[in-house]
Each structure stands twice: as C-alpha cells, then as structure tokens.
Design a protein around this ligand. Structure first.
Ligand SMILES: O=C[C@H](O)COP(=O)(O)O
Length: 230
C-alpha cells in the first residue's frame, strides 16, 4: 500500500495563502510525480479553487480542513459538505484538534461525505478517541497528541506509545481505516518511525508549510515513508 503524506496548511500567514499556497501545491505535485507517494493537501477554504487548478491532472488530492454539521440554506459563514463537493475537493478533514466536533456530528458528516463521494480524514487526540471514531468508519484516522502540535517535537520520538496504542485500539474495531499520526513531525526520520510503528503515513502542518523549502522536506518525508513500507 502507498504511504500517505497529508499536508494541513492551517492558516499560517503568509505561508498558507496566495502564491505560497500555490508553491506548496507545485512542490506536492513534483513529489507525487517523483515518488508515487499519496499526497493530500488541505489548504484554507479560500485557496481550494486555485490549489485544485494547480494540481489538476496529477495524483495529488485536495481536502477541505473542516466541514460544518449543517444543511445547506440560511447558515451564514458555515460550510456544508455539499458546498465542498461543488468546490471539487476529494475529501475533508473532520474533528481536527483546532476545530473539534461532537461525536454525533462527526458521524453525520462521515455518512453525508460518503453519500456525496468524498473521503474523510477524522482526527483524534488520543488512542481511545481514535478507536471511538474508528467505529464511525471514516476512510482515514489521524491520532495527534494536541500538546505536541506545532512544537517540532514529533509524536514518533516523544510519544511512540501513542502511535502503537492507536494502531492496536483502532484495529480492534476497524480493520480498514487508514491510520495516520501527526504532531510535531518535521523530518523524514519522524515519518520513517511513524510508519515503522504501524501507520500508513502522517498528517503534517508547520514542518512543511513554514519550511524554507517545502519541496525538500516533503520529498525527504516521502522517501522515508517508502523506505519504511518496503
Ligand atoms: O494537522 C496537522 C497537525 O495539527 C500537526 O501540526 P504540526 O505538524 O504543525 O505539528
């Protein structure tokens, strides 16, 4: 199975927006072409259109960072899944630590996304919530200890037990979901360890989005992920 590098742009300024957002998209396309690793980009809502255009024709997938548990209609400022589908994304991140959802809403959003043909990447803070969310059958689950997010101290090195426990707890209730991890991942070595510990890839933000050369970081992560699965 191909390893996955999922890049959450978050809303870093100026890194996540405008020309910078496009640069990361071009870099991702190059990494996908050169390594065949599955690359997922999650730009801010404002950048979805141009990032999608930039990666068109490649294997790079574009996800939204969030969807609101609302039906389309008089819901000013909210983003229903139907709107994301129209925007052309391939999938959506749900329940990120910085944008949490109630479990009932995660369930409803996963069901709706599936009906509309969108993939779901659901996040959890600890292995136990990862297993609870696994019962809802998202396509992917990323377990990320919130205290390590954005620190540059990787979950693979600081809390490897979070990864191994996540894998065993999630697998006890769901044999199919793709398991990712994240928080503080900055190097290829971090990715190598995460995959060796049982995941199929990582969800990364600052280590790529704020890097001087996002291409080199992404490429190193992709090559290490491949080395770990071989
Ligand atoms: O969605 C990504 C995670 O929150 C990890 O963020 P980070 O790579 O900046 O630690």
């Amino acid at each position: 199975m191909k390893p996955i590098i999922a890049v959450n742009y978050k809303a870093y300024y100026p890194y996540s927006f405008g020309e910078n957002a496009l640069r990361i998209a071009r870099d991702a396309k190059r990494v996908w072409e050169e390594t065949g690793v599955e690359v997922i980009l999650a730009p801010p809502f404002t950048e979805i259109y141009r990032v999608l255009k930039e990666v068109e024709g490649s294997g790079v997938k574009v996800f939204a960072q969030h969807a609101d548990p609302v039906e389309p209609g008089a819901v000013t400022g909210y983003i229903p899944v139907e709107g994301l589908k129209e925007a052309g994304v391939h999938g959506v991140i749900l329940n990120h630590s910085e944008h949490r959802l109630k479990i009932a809403d995660i369930n409803a959003l996963i069901i709706k996304a599936r009906r509309l043909g969108l993939k779901t990447l659901a996040c959890a803070d600890v292995p136990e919530t990862g297993a609870a969310i696994a019962l809802l059958k998202p396509d992917m689950i990323a377990v990320e200890p919130p205290e390590l997010i954005g620190t540059g101290v990787s979950v693979s090195k600081a809390k490897p037990e979070v990864i191994t426990n996540s894998v065993s707890m999630i697998r006890s209730v769901n044999k199919e979901a793709l398991i990712l991890t994240g928080a503080g991942i900055t190097t290829g070595e971090d990715v190598y360890q995460a995959v060796k510990l049982g995941t199929i890839g990582v969800l990364v933000a600052s280590g790529i989005v704020k890097a001087k050369d996002p291409y080199s970081v992404m490429k190193d992560m992709a090559l290490n992920a491949l080395k770990a699965v071989s």
